[in-house]
Design a binder for this molecule. Structure first.
Ligand SMILES: [Zn+2]
Length: 299
């Protein structure tokens, strides 16, 4: 059953175009230590929950001191299903009070398009109920856009908007893999705007967990792709992920603050001589390329 829903003034997170995710256990992804500035990061809660040593360090200091990051820290609750089932409201509240992020997503759920609908409906009700509980937290809150179909997405969004949620994350990896994201997203954008407009508000949406931009002007993105893809030698340019040997980009100089006129061919040469610094450059280039604004050709 859905509990009686409350309301609270929830202010916007004000997502920039891109919010990188980091890997808490891998300092190679702690880009601010390389002098690159970004206003916000997402820290995946599951990485801490599954690693006692990291969790006790981060809990005793709080995430800001633990990471040494001065921007805003957003907690991501997107996690493996087994953990979703395990964590209670009290667990979340303790974790959040100890870790002290600047904002948190409401707890994730699982809504598979190919599972019986009673499962995704009960998960949808659970999402709403958690979003209601989370109103007791003192930090900024981020609603989730989830559902196995548009009815479920509408059902949960309507209630989240009633509770005054205004910043939303859409975990999109599964939908993207199934080829459903481009079908669903335009509807989601329309639904959410309509729901918010009734109360005179303008929502913000961030697409979470996919490694490419989709061409919608009004959405932000978050992923760890900037880091993971560089490990495989892949190079972002104008919204596309390229093999560095691709003739289209191979001899095009990049003037980001890391490359400073270097072209992919130079990185290929460097990869052979000094793979470690090559990967570092490629990683930071990919991060800056994601940050660099909206590419032409979008709708
Ligand atoms: Zn570059």
């Amino acid at each position: 059953m859905i509990p009686p829903l409350r309301k609270k003034d929830i202010s916007k997170v004000n997502f920039p175009l891109y919010v990188p995710q980091i890997d808490v256990a891998d300092k190679g992804s702690w880009f601010w230590r390389e002098g690159i500035e970004m206003p916000m990061i997402f820290v995946p809660l599951w990485q801490l929950v599954l690693n006692n040593r990291l969790l006790s360090q981060a809990s005793s200091k709080g995430l800001h001191d633990f990471l040494g990051f001065n921007g805003k820290i957003l907690l991501s609750t997107v996690m493996p299903d087994e953990l979703i089932d395990k964590l209670t409201k009290d667990d979340y509240f303790k974790l959040i009070n100890d870790l002290k992020p600047d904002a948190t997503m409401v707890p994730d759920n699982y809504t598979y398009t190919d599972a019986p609908l009673y499962q995704s409906w009960s998960q949808t009700v659970r999402l709403i109920s958690f979003a209601n509980d989370f109103l007791d937290l003192e930090i900024k809150l981020i609603g989730l856009i989830k559902g196995a179909n548009l009815r479920q997405i509408y059902f949960s969004l309507r209630r989240e908007v009633e509770m005054n949620y205004i910043s939303f994350v859409m975990p999109a990896r599964e939908l993207f893999k199934q080829g459903l994201l481009n079908e669903i997203l335009p509807h989601v954008l329309i639904i959410l705007k309509k729901l918010c407009r009734a109360s005179g508000k303008n929502p913000e949406i961030l697409i979470y967990g996919i490694g490419r931009k989709l061409g919608y002007k009004e959405v932000s993105y978050s992923n760890l792709s900037w880091y993971l893809e560089a490990k495989h030698g892949l190079y972002y340019k104008e919204g596309e992920l390229n093999d560095m040997r691709n003739e289209k980009i191979r001899f095009k100089e990049c003037y980001c603050e890391v490359c400073r006129g270097t072209m992919p061919q130079d990185l290929i040469d460097l990869w052979i001589k000094d793979p470690k610094s090559c990967k570092r450059m490629l990683t930071l280039h990919n991060l800056l390329e994601w940050k660099r604004g909206r590419w032409a050709g979008g709708h």
